[in-house]
Design a protein around this ligand. Structure first.
Ligand code: PBG
Length: 325
């Protein structure tokens, strides 16, 4: 550097020399695959806005886990579609709820397969909000914490390896940590959805998980896309409260946030490559307008470059397959 005729292209001449200076790499073990689980038998129901993503009944999970393992993907995050919803989201913390049962099915089949669970109430409440709602329609923070903590404990008791609260309530990590510790689950890590924005990119997920709010929106608990400093405060709180990993979500339009969080805290940070991001890529690929394989691998690589140590992505199976070829 500083030499007047420094020529960066010398180090781009061929693949070997390019690989010498490559700063980031992508591998199937970087991925966590989201799985939607439902009651019933023999279901592998397609989700229209998310091509090639399905809702699985529990009996269909072992085959799906085998397919992931063959491709080198060793972790899933579970989302539940309960048969029954109510005001207080009781299906979320039912020891025989759909996610709890799914964990047992997966662990019976493949004890070493890593199971993360999403901890939230929105898929279980009849109003679709992530917590308890008062008469004015406000999502109440502290009463919700207790239910989230019960949910996390029941997931871990069913065999979950890691819990991931996505509710954006204040104090949620401290609440989960102390409940898990009191349960004797001191070794169960928490992945905090720390910097989670109130994003239009979750649209297809809400179809998939049947979790759209029946009134209002989530802006009184999820973050304003205009803010980054607030996101740093959220990440700091979650780390202080005992998170083992933090997350930035969505990913593609938020890579600046991811990089800033990583630089600031030097803490394991996940990226969630969300449903709307997936749907956009799949739609353009279906039209033949983009090269799906190259676009997907570029997107995922750039999430790692921006600071992700692990990526939750619906592309996991395809990307792993491509990386193995
Ligand atoms: C539950 C939850 C959501 C997502 C993950 N956990 C939806 C939401 O907050 O509305 C979105 C995931 C995606 O879009 O892929 N709170």
């Amino acid at each position: 550097m500083g030499y007047p005729d420094y020529r960066p292209r010398r180090m781009r001449a061929n693949e070997t020399v390019r690989s010498f200076i490559r700063e980031t790499s992508l591998s199937p073990d970087d991925f966590i695959y989201p799985l939607f689980v439902k009651e019933g038998k023999g279901c592998k129901d397609p989700i229209p806005s998310m091509p090639n993503v399905f809702q699985y009944s529990l009996d269909m999970l072992p085959a799906e886990i085998d397919e992931l393992r063959v491709r080198g993907v060793n972790a899933v995050i579970l989302f539940g579609l309960p048969d029954h919803k109510d005001e207080v989201g009781s299906g979320a913390y039912d020891d025989h709820g759909v996610v709890q049962n799914a964990i047992r099915v997966i662990k019976d089949h493949a004890p070493d397969f890593y199971v993360v669970t999403d901890v939230c109430l929105c898929e279980y409440t009849n109003h679709g909000h992530c917590g308890l709602v008062d008469d004015a329609g406000y999502v109440q923070n502290d009463p919700t914490l207790e239910l989230l903590a019960r949910t996390a404990v029941s997931h871990v008791n069913a065999g979950a390896d890691m819990v991931a609260p996505s509710d954006m309530m204040d104090g949620h990590i401290a609440a989960l940590r102390s409940a898990l510790d009191a349960n004797g689950s001191v070794n169960a890590p928490i992945m905090a959805y720390s910097v989670k924005y109130a994003s239009a990119f979750y649209g297809p997920f809400r179809d998939a998980a049947d979790s759209a709010p029946s009134f209002g929106d989530r802006r009184a608990y999820q973050m304003d896309p205009a803010n980054i400093e607030e996101g740093l405060r959220e990440a700091k709180l979650d780390i202080q409260e005992g998170a083992d990993m933090i997350m930035v979500k969505p990913s593609m339009a938020y890579l600046d946030v991811l990089r800033e969080v990583r630089n600031r805290f030097h803490f394991p940070t996940a990226a969630y490559n969300v449903s709307g991001e997936y749907a956009m890529v799949k739609a353009a690929a279906a039209q033949g307008w983009i090269d799906e394989r190259r676009i997907v691998l570029e997107n995922l690589l750039c999430m790692k470059r921006a600071g992700a140590c692990v990526i939750i992505t619906y592309h996991a199976k395809d990307a792993a397959q491509w990386l193995n070829e």
